[in-house]
Design a protein around this ligand. Structure first.
Ligand SMILES: [Zn+2]
Length: 271
């Protein structure tokens, strides 16, 4: 998110957006049901802009895409800004080798349904999500739970996760452990019991679980929310920058990976 081309708009930060999602129950689910084709971060970004401008959340498309769908953008409507990845090439000075890398830019290119008019749209269906499909797409193996401490809800080791068959919130625990695999297990193993230290890694994993549980309507979001709010208020006082920007980026990315990996349809390319 270093590269910004759209100077006329304020550059959104992910940390305050995550703070919004954590502190306003229902926001994540609303964002997911309106914008599920887009990345989790962009869903929240779009919803917050709709709220600020009093627009009804709904399908969003670019100007040409609306035209393909038989609709047109109404006069005077201002586009919403989303973040899009771009592939850049860099040639090293002393060699012929070319490196490609991904950078992010913010572009004001999208319009929500309510900003357009024309042909009726067909019904919107939200694709189903399955845990086994997500695990296999992410090359994460679910192994039997062999921890002797019954307080442990689950653990992650390299690319393996195990969930206590008696876990109180099995989906929440699964998302939490998957997040550790995506973000942390290169650094060691994680066993999660009720007394796990409130380190930043835990807040990252729990935030991923919150985004996944609430988006998909699975039990556990309230528990995650309580945990994260508690952590935020113990830290620097309750404020929107309490979760570092870098962590917020990691959290949105990991939640997005988990949700996309488990869905029944291959997503069209969206940002
Ligand atoms: Zn953990």
């Amino acid at each position: 998110m270093e590269n910004h081309t759209n100077q006329s708009h304020a550059i959104p930060k992910w940390s305050p957006l995550l703070f919004e999602a954590v502190t306003k129950p229902g926001l994540i689910m609303k964002a997911y049901s309106a914008f599920h084709h887009y990345s989790v971060g962009n869903q929240i970004l779009a919803l917050v802009q709709c709220q600020m401008r009093d627009l009804q959340p709904g399908p969003i498309n670019t100007f040409p895409k609306w035209k393909d769908l038989g609709r047109f953008v109404k006069r005077g409507e201002r586009a919403l800004t989303l973040c899009m990845p771009i592939t850049c090439k860099r040639r090293e000075e002393d060699s012929d080798e070319e490196h490609t890398f991904t950078s992010f830019v913010y572009k004001a290119r999208w319009f929500v349904l309510g900003q357009t008019d024309g042909q009726e749209l067909g019904p919107v269906t939200i694709p189903e999500w399955e845990a086994d499909r997500a695990l296999s797409a992410l090359s994460i193996e679910r192994v039997p739970f062999d921890h002797t401490d019954g307080n442990v809800q689950g653990f992650a080791r390299k690319r393996q996760v195990a969930i206590n068959p008696l876990a109180q919130l099995p989906y929440k625990t699964l998302f939490h452990e998957m997040a550790h695999v995506i973000l942390h297990t290169a650094e060691g193993a994680f066993a999660d019991d009720e007394t796990t230290p409130r380190s930043l890694c835990e807040v990252e994993a729990e935030s991923v679980a919150l985004l996944c549980c609430e988006s998909l309507g699975l039990d556990g979001a309230e528990f995650c929310r309580g945990y994260i709010q508690n952590w935020i208020s113990r830290g620097s006082g309750s404020n929107a920058e309490a979760i570092p920007e870098k962590s917020a980026q990691k959290i949105f990315r990991a939640a997005d990976q988990i949700i996309r990996a488990g869905r029944s349809e291959i997503d069209p390319v969206t940002v």
